[in-house]
Ligand binder design. Structure first.
Ligand code: XMP
Length: 321
C-alpha cells in the first residue's frame, strides 16, 4: 500500500477534518464503529473525528492494560466526558500481565501486547458490539518504522501483510495515516482538543512495557510507573519532545543506610525531536539532573542507580524496547 504523506507545510487542518469526517461517515455507513482511546494525541484526535462523523454510532473504550501511567485511565475518561464523549473503561490488567509473563525479548513483548490488545480484549469488545469497523490512530512514522523492521508498532497491520479482517475480524480505518506527529497536533488543536492533549508527549502503544527491559511484571511496572511520574514532573517545564524513565534488567550493587543493596537501575531519557524519526538528548542543566536523581533515589527505595542517556536516535531509538 502506497501512502501519500501530507507534509505539515501542505496541511490545512480544517479541510483535513472535513475530508476525514466525510470519509469515516461514508466508510461506516449505517453500522457501528469502535475505537480504543489511550488519551494520546493520535487516538484522541481519531476519537473526536469519529465522534463528529458518527455520534452515537461510535463506541469508545479505554482499555486499562496495566501498562498505563499513574492515574491515566481515570484522567482520560474524565477529560473526554468534559468534551461530551463517553468512554467506557475496561479493566484488562490481569490478561495483559499473564500474556507478558516470562517474556524478555523486545519484539515478543510487543507481539504479546498486540495480540492481547487486538485479538483478545478488543476482539471481544468488537464481537459484543457488532461493530464492523475499528478506528485507529496510526501515523506515518509508525508505518515507516514497522516496514523498515526497526520496531513492530503495535498498531500497524496492513503494511506488514496482515489482513485485519482475516486476523481479527474487523476492518480498520486510519484517518491519520498521512500525517506525522506535528501534523496530528495541528489537527487536534483545530478540533478544539485541550492543550493538555494536543501538546501532550507521545506515549507508546505498548505503554510502560516499552520501558521495562526484561520481564514485565506487576511489581516492575509499579516501579517504572512511579519513576515515570517523577521524571515527567521534574522535566515538565523543559519543553522536550518526550521524556521517560526506563527500568533496566541488570541490577547493581549499591549502599543504603550503611548496608549493601543489590538494587535497580533507572535510565532517564529526554528527547528533542520534530517528528520522532530522529532525536537528540536534551542538554539538561546539571542541577535539574541532580534534583531528579535525588527524587528518584529518595522516593523509590529499590533504586540505587540513575543514569541519563546521551545517545541520539539513530542509532538509539526513543523507547528502550
Ligand atoms: P522509537 O522508540 O521507535 O519511538 O524511536 C518513536 C516514537 O514512537 C513512539 N512509539 C510508539 N507509538 N505505538 C505507538 O503508537 C508503538 O508501538 C510505539 N513504539 C514507540 C515513541 O514513544 C516515540 O515517540
Amino acid at each position: 500500500m502506497n501512502i501519500t504523506e501530507i507534509p505539515i507545510s501542505d496541511l490545512d487542518p480544517q479541510q483535513f477534518i472535513l475530508n476525514q469526517v466525510q470519509h469515516i461517515a461514508a466508510s461506516v455507513g449505517d453500522g457501528l464503529a469502535i475505537n480504543a482511546l489511550s488519551g494520546g494525541v493520535d487516538s484522541s484526535t481519531v476519537t473526536l473525528l469519529a465522534h463528529q462523523a458518527l455520534g452515537e454510532k461510535l463506541k469508545t473504550y479505554f482499555i486499562d492494560s496495566a501498562l498505563m501511567r499513574k492515574g491515566e485511565p481515570q484522567q482520560v475518561v474524565s477529560t473526554f466526558a468534559r468534551l461530551g464523549v463517553s468512554v467506557e473503561l475496561i479493566d484488562a490488567r490481569q490478561e495483559f500481565l499473564e500474556a507478558l509473563q516470562g517474556i524478555t525479548d523486545p519484539e515478543q513483548k510487543r507481539e504479546a501486547v498486540t495480540q492481547t490488545f487486538y485479538k483478545k480484549v478488543f476482539g471481544r469488545l468488537v464481537r459484543a458490539s457488532g461493530a464492523k469497523h475499528l478506528l485507529q490512530g496510526t501515523i506515518l512514522t509508525d508505518v515507516d518504522e514497522t516496514v523498515a523492521g526497526i520496531k513492530r508498532q503495535h498498531n500497524v497491520f496492513e503494511q506488514l501483510g496482515i489482513d485485519p479482517q482475516e486476523a481479527f475480524g474487523y476492518k480498520i480505518i486510519e484517518p491519520l495515516i498521512q500525517l506525522r506527529k506535528d501534523g496530528v497536533r495541528k489537527v487536534a488543536q483545530a478540533l478544539g482538543l485541550p492543550a493538555s492533549i494536543y501538546g501532550r508527549m507521545p506515549f507508546p502503544g505498548p505503554g510502560l512495557a516499552a520501558r521495562v527491559i526484561g520481564e514485565v511484571t506487576a511489581e516492575r511496572l509499579q516501579l517504572v510507573r512511579q519513576a515515570t511520574a517523577i521524571v515527567e514532573a521534574a522535566l515538565s517545564t523543559v519543553g522536550a519532545f518526550q521524556c521517560m524513565a526506563i527500568l533496566h534488567e541488570d541490577r547493581v550493587t549499591g549502599i543504603r543506610e550503611g548496608r549493601r543493596q543489590f538494587g535497580c537501575q533507572i535510565e532517564v531519557r529526554c528527547w528533542e525531536s520534530i517528528d520522532a524519526r530522529a532525536g537528540r538528548p536534551t542538554h539538561l542543566p546539571w542541577d535539574t539532573l541532580d534534583l531528579l536523581s535525588q527524587s528518584l533515589l529518595a522516593e523509590i527505595p529499590a533504586v540505587v542507580s540513575v543514569t541519563y542517556n546521551i545517545a541520539p536516535k539513530p542509532p538509539s531509538t526513543m523507547e528502550a524496547v
